[in-house]
Design a protein around this ligand. Structure first.
Ligand SMILES: [Zn+2]
Length: 413
């Protein structure tokens, strides 16, 4: 079927909005946010609501061994790999109404539009709910999509423990979402995730749709400096081995290294010892978070930082130990899917721009096993992971319309 034969499918932004608001009542906070922590009873209630709505829209439900839920609407050719969308229903403790929930409810709205219109796509259409995206109860984040994408083993995910010592597997059984399906290996023809931007760029540029070309790579470091504690009054300035001065110089260097197009550099933790105002600090622990969408640039940032650290250590007669504790390679998205998103925005007449995702998303791991793209919509003042997280009815509707068009285009391709 070509575009001309396709009915003029339109999403219902009021229905999408009211579903989002109804879902947000599950775990709703006084300040207007949502606290729906992964694999709690509230998470179960959110999932149950989605499952009920998806069944009402004619979908069948499958749950895998990590509690990932797949709501499927059959295509004309059931043998074709499905065109999938989805996101997560868990939130941060001070989460908002849109992070994750938007991508799931937008997928539900696509199912509802197809169901209401009786339109049958060639390939099946599926909506996924990925378990434990946020990682605030069970680290690491994006656990279940990570197993689906081959980044972690199933047993590793099931054995993750929360601060009370409850395992992921135990919590999953307790809410009854320990399904039978194997994790991964499920063919996916294309994966789209709609999400709020969680940053200020679309709002600032007055664009409704962010055509996400990929996600940043990340390198996380733990850095220890060792010098020598000595008396603040009797030790002359020359010859001091002040570990905190070394750390301070590296903070400034890291800031300079991050200051390149699309670069990000953050020192978030710094602890100096012995925490005495009249003793020269002999030991410092600090963290460093580097991000860039281009792996070559990320590698250069790593090399520059290591060279600077070695130089600083030599000048101040310090020892420096740099440990890379996490590496998440950049996830460039599939060109043909990114183009489908852009086309969807153009056809619907929404102002749009290409954008790189600054955060990790389930789509990043899915992109390792299936062609993937994302759609961003603006969020107020770029604020997320906060109870005041907000977006407009028009913008979330626009993102959903683009999602519908891109999914139908791929499903009929
Ligand atoms: Zn999210």
């Amino acid at each position: 079927m070509n575009t001309a034969d396709r009915p003029n499918l339109k999403i219902d932004s009021d229905r999408l909005w009211s579903s989002l608001m109804e879902l947000a009542r599950i775990g709703g906070t006084e300040k207007g946010g949502v606290c729906r922590i992964s694999l709690t009873d509230l998470d179960k209630q959110g999932r149950d609501l989605f499952v009920r709505w998806a069944k009402e829209a004619g979908a069948t439900i499958k749950v895998d061994k990590l509690g990932n839920v797949f709501a499927r609407r059959e295509g004309r050719d059931p043998a074709k790999p499905p065109v999938m969308t989805g996101s997560h229903l868990d939130t941060q403790p001070t989460g908002g109404k849109f992070d994750g929930a938007y991508g799931v409810m937008a997928g539900l709205e696509v199912l509802r539009v197809l169901n209401d219109s009786g339109y049958v796509t060639e390939a099946p259409v599926e909506v996924a709910v990925w378990t434990n995206e946020e990682g605030c109860r069970f680290a690491p984040a994006m656990t279940a999509s990570g197993v689906f994408g081959g980044a972690f083993e199933l047993d590793y995910a099931l054995s993750r423990q929360d601060p009370e010592g409850v395992t992921f597997g135990e919590a999953l059984r307790a809410i009854g979402y320990d399904g039978r399906e194997e994790v991964g290996g499920r063919p996916v023809g294309a994966f789209f995730e709609a999400h709020i931007e969680q940053g200020p760029i679309l709002e600032r540029e007055k664009k409704t749709i962010g055509v996400v070309t990929g996600a940043q790579g990340q390198r996380w470091y733990e850095i220890s400096w060792t010098g020598m504690e000595s008396h603040a009054g009797t030790t002359p300035m020359e010859g001091r081995r002040d570990a905190l001065v070394g750390a301070a110089e590296l903070i400034v260097a890291a800031r300079r290294i991050g200051n390149r197009p699309n670069g990000r550099s953050t020192v978030g933790v710094i602890n100096s010892l012995p925490q005495s105002r009249n003793t020269i600090p002999g030991r410092v622990f600090m963290t460093l978070d580097f991000r860039h969408p281009d792996n070559d640039e990320l590698t250069r940032m790593d090399a520059e930082m290591r060279a600077d650290a070695a130089d600083i250590a030599r000048r101040h007669r310090l020892e420096v130990k740099i440990e890379e504790i996490w590496y998440f390679p950049p996830s460039p998205f599939a060109k043909e899917l990114v183009a489908a998103v852009r086309r969807g925005a153009e056809q619907a007449g929404y102002p749009h721009m290409d954008i790189v995702s600054g955060a990790g998303h389930d789509a990043c791991y899915v992109s390792r096993v299936a062609p993937t793209a994302m759609i961003f919509v603006p969020c107020k003042d770029g604020i997320s992971h906060n109870e005041i997280e907000d977006a407009t009815r028009d913008d979330v509707g626009a993102g959903c319309q683009v999602l519908l068009q891109a999914m139908v285009e791929r499903a009929d391709a």
